[in-house]
Design a protein around this ligand. Structure first.
Ligand code: 1GP
Length: 248
């Protein structure tokens, strides 16, 4: 069964799936191994690896280490065409549909497709929708795209439906890593009840309670990233996981 099918099965059974994003620039090897060990015990459904701006260039090493220490599926969340590895299980084949920059709509894809084919990893066609979250995010700046207004659900709904009509497998509602304001629950509810494809939600989700509300609003998957480093609580990942898997 494909990774995408496995994940949609999980979200159907558990209400919502939980995905943790690892930015390869933020941890040294020792820190990464101990973080992955925590993920193994916290009932996390998948790991995203990637970032909009990789300073250290530790992307490949990061995937090697995570694969060596975990059996959780590893999905590349690419910030650029350089972020492709045969060691991963799958890759989000992202089109930034909130923007109108051709490079990120159907430009880099032409360069990446043969490399992904050669790597033999599963592409997951994803309509990536960046939302305005109060201040400029790295993704917005690097991709030179305008984010969607967060208080206009009808605009978000139309974008997501267009993605579905174009045959994309999923849409990703993104406020950006460390966003002050995550994607509002009302937008998640409007989009997820309007389209048939799974809805991934991430960016600035700071507490298990906030994650639970977004899960119940209709998110198929919740993604948390750097926010996990801001807690002293050693059980925080488990708490997110329990809050997100709301059908249990
Ligand atoms: C995943 O970019 C997010 O979509 C991760 O965001 O780092 O704010 O959790 P945080």
């Amino acid at each position: 069964m494909s990774i995408f099918k496995q994940l949609t099965e999980i979200s159907r059974k558990r209400g919502t799936g939980y995905i943790v994003l690892i930015d390869p620039d933020t941890r040294d090897e020792k820190g990464l191994i101990s973080f992955v060990e925590k993920l193994n015990e916290a009932d996390v459904d998948a790991i995203f690896i990637g970032g909009s701006l990789l300073v250290d260039g530790e992307f490949h090493k990061c995937i090697d280490i995570v694969k060596e220490h975990s059996t959780i599926p590893v999905i590349i969340f690419p910030g650029s065409v350089q972020q492709i590895s045969p060691k991963a299980d799958a890759i989000l084949f992202l089109s930034i549909i909130s923007g109108r920059n051709p490079q990120y709509l159907f430009g880099d894809h032409v360069i990446a497709a043969p490399a992904i084919y050669k790597a033999g990893i599963e592409p997951i066609s994803t309509g990536y929708m960046l939302f305005d979250s109060g201040r400029t995010t790295t993704a917005e700046f690097i991709t030179n795209t305008k984010p969607l207004p967060p208080h206009k659900p009808e605009i978000a709904m139309a974008h997501a439906l267009a993605a579905q009509f174009m045959g994309m497998s999923t849409v990703y509602l993104e406020a950006g890593s460390g966003a002050d304001n995550p994607v509002p629950d009302a937008v998640i509810k409007a989009v997820s009840s309007f389209v048939d494809i799974p809805v991934i939600v991430g960016g600035g989700i700071k507490t298990p309670e906030a994650a639970a509300a977004k899960a119940r609003a209709g998110a198929s998957f919740i993604v948390t990233g750097n926010v996990l480093d801001k807690f002293d609580d050693p059980n925080i990942i488990k708490k997110f996981s329990q809050a997100i898997h709301w059908k249990e």
